[in-house]
Design a protein around this ligand. Sequence first.
Ligand code: NAD
Ligand code: MG
Length: 306
Amino acid sequence: MASTTDKHNKGTEGLGESPVNKYPKPPFPKTPQEVPGTESAMNPKADHGEQSYRGKNRLAGKVAIITGGDSGIGKAVAIAFAREGADVLISYLDDVEDRDAEDTVKYVREAGREAIAVKGDISSEAHCQKIIGVAVDKFGKIDILVNNAAYQMSREKLQDIPAWEWEKTFAVNMHSMFYLCKAAEPHMAPGGSIINTTSVNAYEPNPTLLPYAATKAAIQNFTSNLNQLLLEQGKGIRVNAVAPGPIWTPLIPSTIPDHEHFGENTPFERPGQPVEVAPAYVFLASEEANYISGATLPVTGGRITI
Ligand code: NAD
Ligand code: MG
């Protein structure tokens, strides 16, 4: 807890704590990891709402698919969705993430909902079709598709970016969205919701993340365009995006060498926690967002997205 002499609470003693001070601020210890990274190796630990998220039955009886639901933002979304009453399929990439995925599944089941975890590479169309098939076999329908998994790698110079990495970044971040939306659409009833994770990098690209930032801009365009296509066809499926700012997840220590000061460049002077992003997905998935489609909701700790 920050002291009341902190600039964010100065002169307001006794009136409550600023949101700026609610979570740890950098500097953090240097804790590099191999891609894709795991929760257990993070220091400090991330908050996915395990102890704090309270559901209000806003997704009762819904079925959700969340890619990258083992860790980080996707894990917090899975916990929140389950506590709002949804059954959840999470997808994730790698054997090293088995423990993270098992942990997410545990929290979904503790909320009284059903959970399935499907491992594999979503840059393959066949694997994306498998994910949709497993969800339909198990739950009989899909209400919410959260396209959240992504790959990034920091590179200082253009010459440092291999062509395979450029292609992989687009395949994982962008092509998978097309594969998953296409496979899911026939199983989504009117009232369904697709939510794509973009980034503050779509607005203010970080030069050390050139391919990643380009995929996030493409995701913005895809989101607003697919929204028009599905609504014009009378599908009744809304399509939106969430644009996180810097969020403390395994993606960061596994792809950003200088993560000790991560998130310091926001007005909050700290990264967000996954639990602080999850409510945006709950809102966009819920009937409260009935008239919202083609929109992007920024969750950036005050970073500007105009
Ligand atoms: P994370 O590492 O916890 O989650 C990303 C997940 O993607 C991983 O758990 C991994 O299982 C999955 N994944 C990666 N490659 C895959 C592949 N080929 N096939 C299947 N799954 C694959 O990190 P996160 O930060 O929670 O990332 C979630 C989303 O948030 C991403 O789209 C990311 O771009 C976005 N985002 C993150 C930040 C941030 O600062 N952390 C900021 C803006 C946007
Ligand atoms: Mg992970």
